[in-house]
Design a protein around this ligand. Structure first.
Ligand code: MG
Ligand code: ZN
Length: 375
């Protein structure tokens, strides 16, 4: 007689309880279906950007903590090389679209995103970025506009969205624009408590309904200009806020400015942003390890700059150019994005699903499959 799923689970559970009955710090039983999903995106980070942490970070690199790693193809519906809007939309909706599109298809029809799906499934959601919170990557998770440049409209849609927690820059898009809009009162009427000065201590906000942090007029400062631990702290505050009362949550947190270091062909800028992102990965993995019911996915939308960890060039006495393999002198091949495959790292229940080589849209379908969230 075939063993039923119930009896097998019962035996496994009994064995677990028996072997742990003398251990006061019993680990939570992990199931293959996570309660929470944390999606971390470093905009513009390909393998060389990630590799830079291994040469330029003074402390341990948290990317090393992942066991399940894959690669994604990132082309958009109209280009081999994607932009952040098309790839953000691929992640958030499972659909390919044109570069510049936020949550709409080639024919401009709206397509349901992860925040909307999470909300419909009783899952709270949070969005954090080091750009304006209305920038292409975060916007893809909650908004629908035909052009990523419509940041005033995106701000309006965020104010009226199902997002429960957000933190980033972008005050200007809430209080300016063609219609001189002031969305602060809409945020209030939709249940948000807004802070434009700083992140609060958790104990002072834990009983709030929804939370909005707008901490810069446009983007947050660079790491090199003293942004400090904003990305890590905002992400952890969001997790703590959303994780109350044992309710499930979805969190998307973006290290936005790795991309901007790449566009500027500024290795110091790029690497400092990547290291900040790695610190955020570490803090999130610390949470997920303790929690046991959280799936963590880390990836990027595309590579920026054609960044390379090349050897330092030198010219010998005969005028011939050589590369000194003992000294890395990062270089760039473009001021734009590139089409290279992008790594995906996953941890927690369901993380095995993210191994292999697949399409950026598959991340969306894998999340839905593993969580059983219905769209
Ligand atoms: Mg971005
Ligand atoms: Zn870019």
């Amino acid at each position: 007689m075939a063993m039923t799923k119930f009896s097998l689970n019962y035996i496994l559970l009994s064995t677990f309880l028996f072997t742990n009955c003398n251990n006061t710090a019993v680990l939570k039983v992990s199931s293959s279906s996570p309660k929470n999903v944390i999606f971390l995106i470093s905009d513009g980070a390909g393998l060389s950007q990630i590799s830079s942490a291994y040469y330029f970070k003074d402390s341990s690199v948290h990317y090393s903590r992942f066991k399940h790693i894959g690669l994604i193809q990132t082309h958009s519906s109209d280009s081999d090389i994607t932009d952040s809007a098309a790839c953000g939309t691929a992640f958030a909706t499972g659909k390919k679209t044109y570069n510049g599109a936020i949550g709409v298809l080639d024919d401009f029809t709206r397509v349901e995103n992860l925040v909307e799906i999470a909300s419909a499934n009783g899952v709270k959601s949070g969005i954090v970025s080091t750009s304006s919170i209305t920038h292409a990557t975060p916007a893809s998770f909650y908004a629908h506009v035909v052009s990523r440049n419509q940041e005033n409209e995106i701000a309006k849609q965020l104010s009226e969205s199902d997002v429960d927690f957000f933190a980033g820059g972008g005050i200007d898009f809430f209080i300016q624009g063609a219609e001189r809009q002031n969305l602060f009162h809409i945020l209030g009427s939709k249940g948000f408590t807004l802070n434009t000065k700083e992140l609060d201590a958790f104990k002072t906000i834990k009983n709030k309904n929804k939370l909005a942090y707008l901490l810069a007029d446009k983007s947050m400062p660079k790491m090199l200009d003293g942004r400090g631990d904003f990305l890590k702290n905002a992400t952890l505050l969001g997790i703590e806020f959303l994780n109350q009362k044992d309710q499930p949550f979805f969190m998307m947190s973006e290290g936005s400015q790795v991309d901007w270091g790449g566009h500027a062909n500024d290795a110091e800028y790029l690497i400092s942003e990547l290291i900040d992102f790695d610190e955020t990965i570490g803090a999130v993995l610390d949470f997920a390890e303790k929690d046991g019911e959280t799936l963590v996915i880390v990836t990027s939308d595309h590579e920026t700059g054609g960044f390379t960890l090349s050897g330092k060039k030198y010219t010998d006495v005969n005028g011939n150019i050589h590369n000194d393999y003992r000294t890395i002198d990062p270089s760039f091949s473009t001021g734009g994005h590139s089409a290279t495959l992008i790594p995906v790292f996953a941890y927690g229940p369901g993380s095995e699903e993210f191994k292999g080589i697949y399409d950026n849209t598959d991340i969306f379908y894998k999340i839905l499959k593993i969580t059983n969230w219905k769209n």
